[in-house]
Write a new protein. Sequence first.
Length: 279
Amino acid sequence: MLRIDAVSSRRQFHFGLALFLCLGITACSRDGQTQPPQVGPGCLADTGNLERRRVERVVDGDTLHLVGGDRVRLVGVNTPEIGRDGRADEPLARDAQRALAEMLSSAQEVWLQDGKQRSDRYGRRLAHAFDGDGVSISGRLIARGLGFHVVIAPNDRYASCLQAEEAHARSGRSGVWNESAFAATPVVALQPGQGGFTRVSDRVTRVSFKQNGWWVQLGGKVGVQIDGDARSRFSRAQLRSLQGREVEVRGWLIPMKGDWWMMSLDHPSMLHVVGDSVN
């Protein structure tokens, strides 16, 4: 039996920085009630070309344990965290967990396509996941507002489609987009030691290019680092043009000694200029 783990606009900003664009359409039932948006064709895959696996346990909204022992982290989505070690669940964490379980087939199966990067630092398998109809499970979760779209290169195969699904959920204020706990945070509101997945929105106070990376500083205290291969996805001119503008960036916030925070950025879709169209 499948188990659910109980613990567990204004002018468009071009010049290469991807934005959250919405082309989705909300479906309605015969009684006129709004239904979750359908996932666009870009999030479809041919299940005949995918690996079919049985699921033993749904850990949370974006993690599965497979029969045979594999732990799979779904690519493209980050869902609210289930509380552990005495911490409370984040809003909608259990909803995302239940939704993921419901999206599996009656045979408790999932169809997988490995990411270009096949594992993370925790040893989890990184894979795009699909249901029996070949529809992206990450896309379905994002479309319902049960998670945020994230891109960690090189696993960006379905980024454009998932981006569009999020734009629709965002414009309709679905799920996480209607929760104050997940609102973009100005730097002054960050708490000492705060970390984890966060959306930060503030003015760019400095852009610099150093040996240890290209840096976009927000609010004087959040250093967004672009390093290694990620530099090829940006240009110095693009980043310089952000100076003085208010931007929103998402990622995993790391508190640093000296009362500042760091966040790594390796894909343009994780950043946009506030006020430019994200719908």
